[in-house]
Design a protein around this ligand. Structure first.
Ligand code: PGA
Length: 264
């Protein structure tokens, strides 16, 4: 399998005011200084209130801006909701769909996630589709079954390498400091790639990036980002400060360089 360009994506969740944009200025400077722009794609998903301002700030840099959720309809009587075309209009290039916090706190089912992902694609956005098991499901040995089912149910029609990314995020690893073993992560990523192959064809599946998410930090990034089948990370807490995210980006840069230099 050819080496895919990794994606380092930050999910700010419900954090960040205008003042936080200074982190993006620092991030932009750090990425330029480290020369990381060619080695990977970098995406920050701030709250919707900051998308337009952040998009202006990153113009001409390797940083892209994404959103954290979208409605499945392009417009209509949905007070408080934001549609995919609105996100694109604000400068977003991508949107996270099916994050476990949306699934748990807003009752989003696979079919809702799929509809949102399809709305994203229709608006020209890349959909970052999240899947992952709870601690209880892992305890019962249901991880592969749950992840496989979520993937099948959430994947948008028309998904391909250019418009879809999968993020494997074990629910119990999000914001807890816990992470699965490298073998467990490799096993789930292998299953996801296999399922993508069955759904989309092996040629397409090979080109789709599969991120790991859940307590990725500067301290564990090098280990997590070099796991076979991991094509980058979705990062919550550690994406809020430029210093932390730059350390993770540097770890990704080093691992990409190592993979390139590796024989075979
Ligand atoms: P975390 O969150 O990095 O803070 O664990 C990851 C996520 O929810 O995407």
């Amino acid at each position: 399998m050819t080496q895919l360009k990794p994606l380092i994506a930050g999910n700010w969740k419900m954090n960040g005011l205008t003042a936080s944009l200074s982190e993006i200025e620092a991030l932009r400077a750090g990425i330029a200084e480290g020369g990381y722009g060619d080695a990977m794609d970098i995406l920050i998903c701030p709250p919707a209130t900051l998308i337009a301002a952040m998009a202006r700030l990153v113009e001409g840099s390797p940083i892209g801006v994404g959103a954290q959720d979208c409605h499945f309809k392009p417009s209509g009587a949905f007070t408080g909701d934001i549609s995919a075309p609105m996100l694109a209009d604000s400068g977003a290039k991508a949107v996270i769909v099916g994050h476990s916090e949306r699934r748990a706190q807003h009752g989003e089912r696979d079919r809702d996630v799929k509809a949102k992902a399809e709305a994203a694609l229709a608006a020209g956005l890349q959909a970052i589709v999240c899947v992952g098991e709870t601690a209880g499901e892992r305890g019962m040995g249901l991880t592969l079954e749950v992840v496989g089912r979520q993937l099948q149910g959430s994947l948008p029609a028309g998904a391909g390498a250019a418009n879809a990314v999968i993020a494997y995020e074990p629910v119990w690893a999000i914001g807890t400091g816990l992470t699965p073993t490298t073998a467990d992560i490799a096993e789930v990523h292998r299953l996801i790639r296999e399922r993508l192959g069955a759904l989309l064809g092996a040629g397409v599946a090979e080109q789709i990036r599969i991120l790991y998410g859940g307590s990725v930090k500067p301290e564990n990034a090098a280990e997590l980002l070099t796991i076979r089948g991991v094509n980058g990370a979705l990062i919550g807490g550690a994406s809020l400060l430029a210093r932390d995210l730059l350390a993770i980006i540097a770890a990704q840069g080093t691992s990409a360089a190592r993979a390139e230099g590796a024989p075979g």
